[in-house]
Ligand binder design. Sequence first.
Ligand code: AMP
Length: 190
Amino acid sequence: MFNLVIFGPPGAGKGTQSEKIINKYKLVHLSTGDMFRAHISNETELGRKVKEMLADGRLVPDSITIDMLEEEVKKNPEAKGFIFDGFPRTVPQAEALDAFLETKGCGIDLVLQLDVDQEVIKHRIAERQKVSGRADDDAVKLLKRIDEYFDKTIHVLPYYKEQGKVTTINGVGRIEDIFDKISGAIDEKY
Ligand code: AMP
């Protein structure tokens, strides 16, 4: 098993780089944001519960998020490893993930931090909104999502740094160049 966390603020390129990582390393991609959006569009009970939180750019409570994530991991017993995208976003989520993976005899092998300046992120999100029309990405809610990242999510990094698992990659530049650096970091630990 090789388990990777891809970490960075909204708009840092986590989704784009995750796709390239899955193609090359055949890991299973688990994005909690994608899972919540699927629940909302399928109008499940969970979808109804979280719809407003996503629309407002607020974090979904840890217990709901952790349960959903663990269910998805269990659905992939044959996986060679996972790439966790958008999870964990809080220290309790990181602790829960470690405890859960331990029951499977594995853990997190690498945390890739995509480092992108706030102004660059705002520009990227504005561009993405034009093409995808994602409801949570409008200008007002963007600030809320970025606040959530700098208030809560950023505290996950020291948790993994203490474990010596974080590699920081400059997330500004050509997609291919960033991916080359990511591949180098993965190959060191793979
Ligand atoms: P994302 O696509 O990863 O930016 O996630 C979109 C939204 O889903 C976030 O703004 C949160 O409302 C919710 N969300 C996704 N992942 C998590 C998580 N790990 N913890 C709490 N809320 C989450």
